[in-house]
Design a protein around this ligand. Structure first.
Ligand SMILES: [Fe+2]
Length: 340
């Protein structure tokens, strides 16, 4: 029987070897998330229910491909991704099934769940603009749209367009303004970049503090990870970073979820529902908030003090299924505008 992290290695050694199927005492999870918070929560669920949680960790696209290839024989019960767009894509491919849970419906606001019940958000993150407070007061910042203005020439730091977080941000702009305006926005951002995209969100903040640019577009929890890092250099970077929530006067800041769906052929469907219900309990949401600096999807859970210190903000309430719907268009626009 596979145990947790042994799975990933074994997967490559013996691809025909699968989880024990239909075993009522287990639930099999394919997840793109790789955080300590998740591992701790799975352990807690095992202790409380006696249902063992088997985990395969890989990139979302890899997991979706694996689910497609495995078809009816897939051992997976749950797919977890760090983006609503990938869950929408899995749903479109017929890889997910609808589930009905009064607990989930009452815990998670409708905006953070699929309207047809194929997936639910587990945590929320904002894609914000940050600056170095030791040499900038952030007073020029207002909206994502304004970042293309001359005010921001040669000043923007942002990662590659291959990353889903940027694809979803652009998808949200397509949803709000149409493809033509989204394209001119992307071209304007490219024109205002301080350097060609490189590295991850944390690297943008390190470059910012090093003086390579004046503003970085990043996900909120990475700010929390730097601000609380055990590494003194990272902590120094974090201490100089200030978070700005764009579009507060209008539609609100772009947010995305980490979320989960139950697979179309889940052999342990009931256990899958139980695990998802557990992950949106107050107790589990507190773990996401406190150890991974994410915003809980429930509104009765306290934020990490570091996260609370960034201030309250209004989130864009765009239906997150649009992030999946416009993903292909977003990727095309990035290619066209030369956002590497
Ligand atoms: Fe991330």
């Amino acid at each position: 029987m596979f145990r947790r992290y042994g799975i990933l290695i074994m997967m490559f050694i013996a691809t025909s070897f699968v989880f024990a199927q239909g075993n009522s005492e287990s639930v099999n999870v394919y997840t793109h998330r790789h955080y300590e918070a998740d591992a701790a929560l799975f352990k807690q669920f095992e202790a409380e229910t006696g249902i063992s949680v088997n985990v395969v960790t890989a990139g979302a696209d890899e997991l979706i491909q694996r689910l497609s290839q495995e078809g009816k024989l897939s051992p997976a019960d749950i797919l977890i991704t760090a983006d609503a767009g990938r869950l929408e894509y899995a749903k479109e491919l017929g890889l997910l099934r609808q589930f009905n849970s009064a607990n989930i419906q009452s815990a998670v606001p409708a905006a953070y769940r699929d309207s047809e019940g194929y997936w639910t958000g587990l945590t929320l993150r904002g894609r914000v603009v940050v600056y170095d407070a030791t040499r900038n007061d952030g007073s020029r910042l207002s909206t994502y749209e304004a970042l293309v203005d001359d005010d921001f020439a040669d000043s923007l730091l942002v990662r590659s367009s291959a990353n889903i977080y940027n694809q979803s941000l652009l998808a949200s702009l397509i949803a709000h303004h149409g493809a033509a305006r989204a394209e001119s926005w992307a071209a304007g951002i490219v024109a205002n970049m301080a350097r060609a995209p490189q590295g991850n969100d944390r690297d943008q903040m390190k470059a910012l503090v090093a003086g390579d640019g004046d503003y970085a577009i990043v996900n909120t929890y990475y700010v929390g990870l730097l601000q609380t890092s055990n590494n003194p250099q990272e902590q120094e970077v974090g201490s100089r970073i200030k978070v700005f929530f764009p579009n507060q006067e209008g539609r609100g800041t772009h947010v995305n979820v980490s979320g989960a769906g139950i697979t179309a052929n889940a052999p342990n469907q009931e256990n899958a529902v139980k695990l998802l219900e557990f992950l949106v309990t107050k107790q589990a949401q507190e773990v996401f908030a406190k150890t991974n600096f994410e915003y809980p999807v429930r509104d009765d859970v306290a934020l990490h003090p570091v996260v609370a210190a960034w201030g309250e903000f209004k989130a864009d309430d765009l239906n997150l299924s649009f992030l999946g719907e416009y993903n292909t268009e977003a990727v095309k626009i990035f290619d066209k505008t030369g956002w590497k």
